[in-house]
Design a binder for this molecule. Structure first.
Ligand SMILES: [Zn+2]
Length: 1103
């Protein structure tokens, strides 16, 4: 393999073939382009090449500074321990002092943008303001309107129709992934080879690469050749190319992108093609974050289906079902929205399902499925072909009237279709007869054939160009989806919250492991000097573990996975995959850290049964929360290894469970003692069995740092002081080791208060729940925490896994007053309220820097005793936010939400992957979360999240069960109150829908989602010498997130790591109006008007 001294970098596209140098990159790109078009190198390609070079140069110069920083840090560094210096944190003081932050994103002014682009830009939010949501009966097309046409509309330009056969294969729903594969999917794909080969006019699209790759492993070379031939001939098209058809509400963009990379890399490696069209017909609502990733992956077009019926109707009336879906900062993709209720045959040929169903030839009489409209299909014969063809054409023509151009996309398929050979014959032969009839009757002005998505979009583009028109542009997202009446699909934003949290645990573990593994192999190659890895390091097995971890996370992004909408045994199957992946990744993490930490690398030895490092916690089962392991202390130091998976220097509190109330922690390198605190781990609310040691760690970016813990002399450690409150019934408390008080007399009614350098909080002495916040700046806001129940409606259709159909609601109350426990110490102070169904804790860390500026909120919820109830946490503030608030989309961007009186309560719940906020002219309250769930702001100043739901019944969307597999479920948040000072921002308030998190909120969210990872060295006293691993000389700019450092598979040796790594950076847009005081300890990009972008850099780490 050629080694290049050039830092191999490519910016812009999300993925491309991996490269070793810029020139090689260009060769590959050029080659791939030629292969796809089937052309030979010629003069016209030179301009194509020139364009690519120009673009690369532009992008590279744009990112010069960033790339240089990374190169210096990752590649040309001097080891800090050799120079005796700690990681150097750059701080550009000029940045923090001004009122408005340089480089922050000015709020996009829609009016200005529409002038710049000289096209009409629709805002989905404005459409919502406009629509009456009155749901009138539309006749045959129930949710639409009567469609009329003259009949001569196609005389000039004939109707050009593409019938796209598809089979929607859920990688887990009613059955597990493996069961579906065995029972259905493999037969579908096997028959596909036979049936497409029989007639070159037949076509098929396929989306789920998880299934496709599994099937590929099962088939022989001869069949593989047929697949390649069908792909080359354009009879088979792989659409989207993701591992799954991902959920777009609960999924984090890390996982969305990772499943897309996993799928595309598989396709690239085995088939050498690139998907060009997206196909998302079943995810329950659509997010523009997904479209950004698809565009970056090289897709040009996409199809979506599950959009609110009233929005569909509006778009259909305006003939804007096809549009350029644009991000708030520009980038866009051509999008086709299906007009009708579903993606099945009855709802795709035209507006009348009773007629369209007659053209689903899988439902011919005598089969297993029939038409619910009671008019069965008829086989096409010479006798009936005219009548049938004209009936179908009428539907096609009506549907065509909803679109701007005379090209028509009609899908042919449904869930797990085309299993049996006879079904293929029935569909393809009957439709061919109809198409032949159209061909024999030119007076009908229709050209119909089987097609793929690219066939359709190519024709659409040709027609649009010929007509000299462009599609309208649209911004916004398609949440919250409703398929009929008041059936809003906002329940699944929270359903199975235990697994939504496990998903993010795996995600954080995977990212940390990817980064550490990539750094380890690069360091090993440098250490050996010959490009090889250390012999004892199980690189191949570790890469297998990484691959399995990637694929488990990818599989769970399926729209019945992270959504919480699968049957109970399927949920357990997903959970087991996530759980095993976490355990496997931990092995990779531990042995990578082991090698990196050794001062004398020759001492490295891998023994899976006796790992040198262990995690400080144990997860015992797929449905169990992690439990800290007890660390036995003695006079001999125990080594703790902390990995900071973030690209920022951070001050973090590390918690371990110990057996001694007297302990001491020192930095192993410097011997410097760390600030520490001993607290009780309360088990039975008033009893404890274990002690917790918390200490403040300074963690350089991506570093592994070693600390020593020893048993210390009595009284040497700071111990937390406790106060217990319970109205009327003061508890008896175990008090050994700790100072515990029970307030009496007038003290009992005084509000509880905690403070650190940055913020003071007040809470109710009765419930312990938060009431008020004050910042050091003087800003005071009422911020009350409440809990409430939602029941389900008394109507026939009730809440279930997908739907939220609320009934009675009420504030949470319990017959017994809660036990309230206040702890105070030098590292943190907190207030814990123990209610029957949940334990709620608000904690303040006594830390410098951003970690001390927010409140940590944690909930431990158990609603297993309840029937048809959902528990919510509500924050009631006096922030004058009106009817607007903001919630994130996939943790990638913020979206404005408006609460509208014309919509029912359940319509106002939106997905929150990691952030939401509300604001007025002088303040902003942000709620940052470590897990996905539903969020709403039902009244001004209020923000609420649904914590768990327990629903006894099915909601009639096919699942066939309620959701009653609730568990003890944890949720974690940071609550942030910030001043807003920028006058410009105030001017624009209300006029813009584009807002970003502040830099402080970005950093807080980063810390929340990527906590430090604590490992414990074996207690063997013959410990080899360790040294810290400090790969970065300084933090990255704090608006740049290291999304991943992903080792690619070796192109020669399957299943092994290559020397190539995909470096994924995300540059974040941030808000202008709050400049944190004191300034943040990191710099940021000073370029104006640069917004959220993901860069993918391929880096050859070892050279
Ligand atoms: Zn599905």
């Amino acid at each position: 393999m050629k080694r290049s001294r050039v830092l191999a970098v490519l910016v812009g596209g999300v993925f491309i073939v991996a490269v070793m140098s810029l020139n090689r990159m260009l060769e590959l790109m050029q080659g791939a382009g030629l292969k796809q078009r089937g052309e030979t190198p010629a003069g016209q390609d030179l301009s194509h090449l020139q364009q690519k070079i120009d673009r690369l140069e532009h992008l590279l110069s744009d990112n010069n500074r960033l790339v240089a920083t990374l190169r210096d840090s990752l590649l040309q560094r001097k080891a800090p321990w050799e120079t005796g210096a700690r990681a150097n944190v750059s701080s550009d003081s000029a940045h923090g002092q001004t009122d408005r932050l340089p480089g922050c994103r000015l709020h996009a002014n829609d009016a200005n943008l529409s002038v710049v682009y000289v096209v009409v830009v629709y805002q989905l939010l404005d459409v919502y303001d406009l629509l009456p949501f009155d749901n009138p009966d539309g006749g045959a097309w129930k949710q639409g309107f009567e469609i009329r046409y003259q009949g001569n509309e196609w005389d000039e330009q004939p109707l050009e129709l593409f019938l796209v056969p598809h089979s929607h294969n859920d990688p887990g729903w009613l059955k597990t992934f493996d069961s579906y594969y065995q029972d259905q999917t493999k037969h579908i794909l096997n028959n596909m080879l036979i049936k497409l080969s029989e007639d070159s006019r037949r076509k098929m699209i396929w989306a789920e690469i998880s299934f496709f790759s599994k099937w590929w492993n099962d088939i022989d070379d001869q069949k593989r050749e047929i697949v390649k031939r069908l792909l080359r001939a354009g009879q088979l098209e792989l659409v989207t190319g993701g591992w799954v058809m991902a959920d777009e509400a609960n999924s984090h963009y890390f996982a969305l992108l990772d499943q897309l990379i996993e799928g595309h890399q598989w396709i690239q490696r085995h088939l050498g093609v690139k998907p060009s069209s997206g196909w998302a017909v079943d995810p329950f609502g659509h997010s523009p974050s997904m479209t950004y990733l698809l565009k970056g992956a090289g897709l040009r077009d996409m199809v979506i289906q599950r959009v609110h019926y009233a929005v569909k109707k509006h778009f259909a009336k305006q003939q804007t079902l096809e549009f350029l879906w644009r991000q708030s900062w520009g980038s866009d993709i051509t999008c086709h929205m299906m007009p009708f209720y579903s993606y099945d045959v009855p709802h795709t040929c035209g507006p009348n399902p009773a007629i369209c169903c007659q053209f689903d030839f899988h439902r011919l009489p005598g089969g297993r499925v029939s038409c619910p409209w009671r008019i069965p299909p008829q086989p096409i014969t010479e006798q009936n072909v005219q009548e049938r063809a004209l009936l179908l054409l009428d539907q096609y023509r009506q549907k065509s009237r909803l679109f701007h151009s005379p090209v028509l996309l009609v899908s042919l398929g449904d869930d797990f279709r085309f299993v049996e050979s006879s079904e293929w014959d029935a569909q393809f032969s009957n439709y061919q007869k109809l198409f032949d009839y159209f061909d024999q009757h030119p007076e009908l002005h229709v050209k119909a054939r089987f097609g793929t998505l690219s066939d359709y979009f190519k024709a659409l583009r040709r027609r649009l160009t010929a007509a000299g028109t462009t599609l309208p542009t649209l911004r916004g997202d398609f949440f919250t989806y409703s398929d009929r009446d008041d059936h809003y699909w906002s329940g699944y934003f929270t359903s199975r919250p235990f697994y939504k949290r496990l998903d993010r645990t795996l995600e954080a573990t995977l990212r940390a492991t990817e980064i550490l593994f990539s750094l380890t192999t690069a360091e090993m190659r440098r250490y050996r000097g010959d490009g090889h890895l250390v012999a004892d390091f199980p690189a191949h097995q570790h890469f297998q573990r990484l691959t399995t971890g990637r694929r488990s996370l990818a599989l769970f992004q399926h729209h019945d996975g992270v959504t919480g909408t699968a049957r109970d045994p399927v949920v357990v199957d997903y959970g087991t995959r996530l759980f095993h992946s976490i355990l496997n990744l931990r092995q990779v993490l531990q042995s990578s850290a082991h090698w990196l930490l050794l001062l004398d690398k020759s001492q490295y030895h891998y023994d899976q049964s006796k790992p040198f490092l262990k995690m400080d916690d144990v997860i015992s089962a797929q449905d169990a929360l992690p439990q800290k392991t007890l660390l036995t202390l003695s006079d001999e130091p125990r080594s703790l290894i902390i990995f900071n998976p973030t690209e920022q220097l951070r001050t973090s509190v590390i918690s371990i469970v110990v057996d001694s109330p007297d302990a001491r922690v020192v930095d192993a390198q410097t011997g410097q003692p760390m600030t520490a605190q001993i607290s009780a781990v309360w088990e039975d609310r008033v009893l404890y069995f274990h002690l917790q040691l918390d200490f403040v760690a300074q963690l350089p970016p991506l570093s592994l740092v070693v600390y020593h813990v020893t048993k210390a002399s009595v009284g040497s450690a700071n111990r937390a002081r406790y106060t217990f409150h319970r109205r009327g019934n003061p508890p008896t408390i175990q008090t050994e080791h700790f100072q515990v008080s029970r307030p009496e007399g007038p003290d009992t009614d005084a509000p509880l208060s905690l403070s650190n350098k940055h913020v003071q909080i007040w809470s109710s002495s009765e419930t312990g729940l938060l009431q008020k916040l004050r910042l050091q700046s003087g800003l005071v806001r009422q911020v009350q925490v409440q809990f409430l129940w939602y029941g389900t409606t008394r109507n026939r259709d009730k809440s279930g896994a997908y739907l939220f159909l609320p009934g009675e609601e009420g504030l949470y109350s319990s017959s017994e007053p809660p036990l309230v426990r206040v702890s105070r110490g030098p590292v943190f102070s907190d207030i814990t309220s123990c209610f029957r169904h949940f334990t709620h804790r608000v904690r303040l860390y006594h830390l410098e820097g951003h970690a001390g500026k927010s409140l940590e909120i944690s909930n431990m919820v158990d609603i297993r005793s309840e029937v048809n109830r959902e528990l919510a946490m509500r924050i009631v503030s006096n922030v004058a936010s009106g009817n607007r608030f903001y919630s994130d989309l996939n943790s990638f961007q913020m979206q404005q939400r408006r609460t509208l009186a014309k919509l029912p309560l359940q319509a106002h719940f939106y997905p929150m992957t990691s952030a939401s906020f509300l604001q007025d002219e002088t303040s902003r309250v942000s709620l940052l979360s470590a897990q996905s769930q539903a969020v709403a702001s039902l009244r001004p100043g209020e923000l609420e999240v649904i914590l768990d739901r327990r629903l006894q019944q099915d909601d009639n969307l096919g699942l066939g069960q309620g959701i009653t597999d609730n568990k003890l479920t944890a949720s974690l948040y940071q609550l942030l109150l910030e001043d807003r000072r920028d006058e410009k921002a105030q001017d624009l308030r209300g006029r813009t829908s584009v807002q970003h998190l502040s830099l402080l909120a970005h950093l807080t969210s980063l810390s929340l989602c990527h906590p430090p990872i604590t490992m414990v060295a074996t207690s063997d006293s013959q410990l080899p010498k360790l040294r810290p691993f400090l790969p970065l000389q300084s933090s990255l700019p704090c608006d740049v997130h290291l999304l991943n450092l992903r080792t690619l598979e070796d192109t020669q040796e399957a299943g092994s790591p290559s020397q190539e790594v995909a470096l994924l950076l995300h540059r974040k847009g941030f808000d202008c109006s709050s400049a944190p005081e004191p300034p943040l300890q990191c710099s940021w990009s000073a370029h104006e008007e640069v917004d959220t972008l993901i860069y993918l850099l391929y880096v050859f780490l070892y050279y």
